[in-house]
Structure formats: C-alpha cells, structure tokens
Design a protein around this ligand. Structure first.
Ligand code: ADP
Ligand code: GLC
Length: 501
C-alpha cells in the first residue's frame, strides 16, 4: 500500500457525493459515514458540500430546502432541479438532485416494495453522477467549483468517467464501501447514459461485456480508498475481489485503506436520548438498567444477571446471521444466555429469524424492520454483540458496541480485524483486549469464541467489566481518519494536476 505523505493543510473545496446520508436517509453504514465525515471535514476547516438524490424522505427532512434552478441533463426524463439546503445546523450545504420521475417514490433508495432493484437504477444513479459532474465543472448556478470530488460506492461510480477527459476538472477520490455491490447493467444502458463512447473498454467502465459503475470509479479516479486497511488488502485477492482484484492490484499505488470513524455525538452512551439510563466507562454499572428495558421491549424474561447477546444488521448473507442461527442450540443450552436480533433484509432470512423467537420464548427476541432508536437500545442493553460477517469492509456496529461497553464477538475479517483486539490471555493481562475474534467463518469457530466469552463472564471479579471498559476507552471518532482523507485529497489533487500535464 502506498504511504500517506504529510503535507501542509490549505482549506479545500470538496464535493461529497453519495446515495444516502444521515439524517436524511439511511439503509446502512454508508449513510452513517456520509452524514458524519463531511461534518468532520468541515470542522477541519474545509468547505465541504454534499450532493445526493432528492428522495421524498430527504426533501422532507431538509427543512430549509430552496430551489436553485434547473440543470441541463441529457436523457433525464424531464427537468432536473437542484435544491439547496443545509445539514448540521447550517454547517454542511447539501444539494438535492430533484428529478421527480427518478427519486420521488417512497421506500428504499435501491429496491422497490417487492425487494427487487428499481428497474431504472442505472438512469437514477447515472443522473446523480451527471449532475454531480456538472457541479464539479462549475456549470451549475452555484458560483462554486470544488477542487475535489469525493464519490462513494457504485451509485457515484460514473462521476470520474464523466470528468476524466475534461480540462479544468477537479481531482477525484472514490471510496469503496462494499465491493460486492457493483452496479452492473447491459450495453444498451451504457449507450443510454451518455458517457463518452470510448469508455466502453476495459480501461473504462466495461466489465465482461457489462457496464460497471464501480469499475468506472476504480479505473478513472485519481485515488481509490476503502474503509479499512485489511479490506484494502483483501480486495486485491480473488476471494473478496469479485472479479476486480486484478484491477485493484494493478492500481495498488493509488489504493488506500482508511478506517471509518463514528459520530461521537450521535453515539454517546453518556448522553444518548434513546436509552433509559446514560452511562460511561467510569459509570459502567449504570449500563444495567438498559438491559432491563431491552428485555421488556423484546419480551424476554427480566433477569438482571442474564448474559444478553445482541445483533443488529441487514439480513443478508454477508452478515452471517445463519452462523448465529446454527450456533443457537448450543447458545441456548447455557442457562444464563438470552439473545435479541433486530434486522431486515431477505425474505428467506427474515423467515428464519422470525421462527426462532417462537422456539425459545422468553429467551430469544426478534424484531424485523428498521428501527434507529431501537438499534441504540440494543447496543446499550446487550452485554455481547455478535458480528460474524463473512466479510466486512469496515463495520460500524462493532464500533458502536465498543463505545457502549458491549463486548463484540467478530469474524476476523476486514474492518472487524482492524478494530477488535482478541481477548487472548496475553492481551487480557496487558489490558488491551476489547472483544473476541474467530476464524474461519463457521458456526464451530463462532461457538468457540462464544465459549471463551462465557468463560470470562463466569469468572468472579471484574475481568468482564475491565474488558468492556477497555473497549469504551478506544478512540474511533473521526479525528484521525478525517485527517487521513485530508492528506489523500491533496495527493489526489497533485495526481490530477500531473494528469492535466
Ligand atoms: P452495513 O453498512 O454493511 O449495513 P455497518 O455495520 O457499516 O454495515 O452499518 C450498519 C448501520 O445500519 C449501523 O448504523 C446499524 O445500526 C444500522 N442498521 C442496520 N440494520 C438496522 C435495523 N434493522 N434497524 C436499525 N439500524 C440498523
Ligand atoms: C458498507 C460495508 C460496511 C461499512 C459501511 C460504511 O455498507 O458493508 O462494512 O462499514 O459500508 O463504510
């Protein structure tokens, strides 16, 4: 991996492009990052502005949205307006791409009520990319041009291809949050989107005779990042490279892994309004009443001494919920153990999760759906957080768990490997352990980590409390990672200048 150079710090103009951002709309960690990294960059003194689709939910949540005028977007079904509002008490301007035929529909940004991708996703996110590149070139009525565009995941992958050839373009940085979602479409879709025809090539967006949004971002951005150092190495290998490992390996001198931070104001057990009792590392025992509330909400037996396992996540194969279900009979053979699961996702996994609470009444509670405040209560009220993801580019729930004194049990992969220190006897003795790691991603290996956790929980004394409090004292705020991005932005700007000759 190329080293990050340290440079002086001028104020930069940055356009941050994403398909979701807290508090406007969120389906997963991308929303958390797009809501919190721009603010962290603003606090470092940069002029950072966000561009994203004007979903109905997003418009409703930006109280001060004002129309800025229309933009010429070839091939869009009707006029595309730009709305301007602000986030974070006015600190981060946000531009909403208002194309009612594309974005003004309820529900999920990516899939319809039938659980299938919206059929016009290529046009929807192609339009987002086109509008972002018009802003990037200074062609909007904003009177503002960024020096760098920071694009995120496949939905913004065509921004770099729209810009790459053009004089006066800003630098581009593309962050891969999850390589398994690539934005693949057919050749007629490429023709309809209006990219320069020569990008239908392996050097552009062509991937096995398909249009690949993510490949465009990887191939044509000045810098490529992903959200943890370990995942940056893993995606250069066939197993997690999804056919793009060769390209990523080829671009290794432009590829960096920067760990996500979390929003320390939104996720702070000392002030969190979503939980009944606030607590901190120094007041760890105040965590206790949150367990009682969680047991009530999930219909569990109200036992203060239960060892309560929690899980929150998208119910998709990536997250390894099936491993939890496979380990369940052994888990339930332990008399003090209880389990809560909050999630939504594939119909098949939802069905399997629904079935288990009926099987273990009073001991297993499940909630299917998306519930932000409840996710805070699960973090606060559980003793242990299960995160057996098969792969995990960064993962935020283990970071929330550490901050809430909820000991994570994680598969040693991606960002999970980079953020949790396994409770080996040596690490415990040195006072640096923060959780339990296992590999490979099997129910057997998960169970052996759970067994180690149970043994520590059952130890008399304060061993467990010490482990949890060590986790709570780690720093996963944006402070360090936002500075790393700042350094990379400058490197990207140098590459863009060099490319312009
Ligand atoms: P991913 O982005 O792959 O889903 P992360 O761990 O990075 O995984 O982030 C997931 C985010 O989405 C976390 O903030 C988590 O709390 C939240 N989340 C996932 N599922 C739910 C749910 N059913 N209800 C509330 N929050 C959820
Ligand atoms: C993706 C990844 C997750 C990461 C999040 C934010 O959804 O699956 O690991 O934490 O993006 O970067």
């Amino acid at each position: 991996m190329a080293p990050v150079e340290s440079l002086s710090r001028p104020t930069l103009k940055i356009l941050f492009a994403a398909s979701e951002a807290v508090p406007l709309i969120k389906t997963g960690g991308l929303g958390d990052v797009s809501g919190s990294l721009p603010l962290a960059l603003h606090r470092l003194g940069h002029d950072v502005r966000l561009v994203m689709p004007a979903y109905a939910d997003a418009i409703a949540r930006v109280s001060d949205a004002e129309p800025l005028g229309t933009l010429p977007v070839p091939r869009a079904p009707g006029p595309v307006r730009l709305l301007e509002g602000t986030l974070d008490d006015g600190m981060v301007p946000v531009y909403l791409v208002d194309a009612p035929g594309l974005f003004d529909r309820g529900g999920n940004p990516y899939v319809g009520p039938d659980g299938r991708d919206w059929p016009d996703n290529a046009l929807r996110f192609g339009t987002l990319c086109r509008v972002a590149s018009e802003i990037a070139l200074g062609h909007s009525s904003l009177g503002w041009q960024p020096e760098l565009v920071h694009a995120n995941d496949w939905q913004t992958g065509l921004i770099a291809p729209f810009l790459a050839d053009l004089a006066g373009r800003p630098a581009t940085l593309f962050t891969i949050h999850n390589l398994s979602y690539q934005g693949l479409f057919d050749r007629p879709t490429f023709d309809a989107i209006g990219l320069p025809p020569h990008w239908w090539s392996p050097r552009g967006v062509e991937f096995y005779n398909h249009l690949s949004f993510i490949k465009g971002g990887i191939n044509l951005s000045d810098i490529v990042t992903t959200v943890s150092p370990t995942y940056a190495a893993e995606i250069r290998q066939p197993q997690l490279g999804y056919g793009l490992h060769g390209l990523l390996d080829h671009r290794a001198d432009r590829l960096y892994g920067i760990l996500n931070g979390i929003d320390y104001d939104l996720w702070d057990p000392a002030t969190d309004p979503a939980i009944p009792r606030n607590f901190s590392a120094d007041r760890y025992r105040d965590k206790g009443p949150n367990k009682g509330r969680l047991q009530q909400v999930f219909g569990l037996d109200e036992r203060p001494n239960a060892l309560l396992f929690g899980h929150v996540g998208r119910l998709v194969e990536q997250k390894g919920i099936d491993l939890i279900l496979a380990a369940l009979p052994r888990l339930m053979a332990q008399p003090e153990v209880q389990l809560v699961i909050l999630g939504s996702g594939s119909a098949a996994l939802e069905e399997r999760v629904r079935a288990v609470s009926a099987q273990y009444p009073g001991r297993v509670g499940t909630r299917l759906g998306y519930d932000e405040p409840l996710s805070h209560l699960v973090e606060a009220g559980s003793d242990v957080f299960l995160m057996p993801s098969r792969f995990e580019p960064c993962g935020l729930n283990q970071l929330y768990s550490l901050r809430y004194g909820t000991v994570p049990i994680v598969h040693r992969t991606g960002g999970l490997a980079d953020t949790v220190v396994d409770a080996t006897p040596d690490a415990l003795a040195a006072g640096i352990a923060t959780g339990f790691c296992f590999e490979p991603a099997t129910a057997e290996a998960l169970w052996s980590a759970i067994a180690r956790a149970l043994a520590l929980w059952r130890q008399p004394g304060v061993a467990w409390e010490k482990l949890a409090a060590t986790g709570m004292r780690q720093d996963f705020s944006w402070a360090t990672s936002a500075r790393r991005y700042e350094e990379l932005y400058q490197i990207a700007i140098r590459h863009a200048l060099a490319a312009a000759g």
